[in-house]
Design a protein around this ligand. Structure first.
Ligand SMILES: [Zn+2]
Length: 125
């Protein structure tokens, strides 16, 4: 689908439109879309990639409020292109914890080592 950066064949254009209108904040990052540093508005759910868009947003939506007082840094993703182009705030962007996987690998390596003839020989002695 030309509007999507990601492959989600289960969504049609209407669903993408609805989704992009309703969703401003997602809890988990969408896999395969780069997460970038952005800004989010404290007065509404708007988020954006840079200050210029935020200044523009404040002059349109929150006239009288200073944009720098009511924004915070956040992580953003832009899953859609074209007419649905919009930055979405990601609240949880923790990297996948690889430690447990590595541990598992170490265990299997140790087990393999133990099974090797050398290890058996050592055990016999
Ligand atoms: Zn706002």
């Amino acid at each position: 689908m030309k509007y999507l950066d990601i492959e989600t064949p289960s969504m049609n254009i209407q669903e993408v439109e609805d989704w992009s209108k309703e969703i401003w904040i997602i809890e988990r990052q969408i896999f395969g879309i780069p997460v970038e540093k952005g800004l989010s508005c404290n007065l509404c759910n708007y988020s954006s990639r840079n200050q210029n868009f935020m200044k523009n947003h404040f002059s349109k939506s929150h006239r009288g409020s200073k944009w720098s007082d009511s924004t915070k840094e956040c992580k953003v993703q832009k899953p859609f292109k074209g007419q649905f182009n919009k930055w979405i705030q990601v609240t949880n962007t923790e990297e996948l914890n690889m430690e447990s996987d590595q541990e598992e690998d170490w265990q299997s390596i140790l087990k393999e080592d133990f099974k090797s003839p050398k290890a058996r020989k050592f055990q016999r002695i």
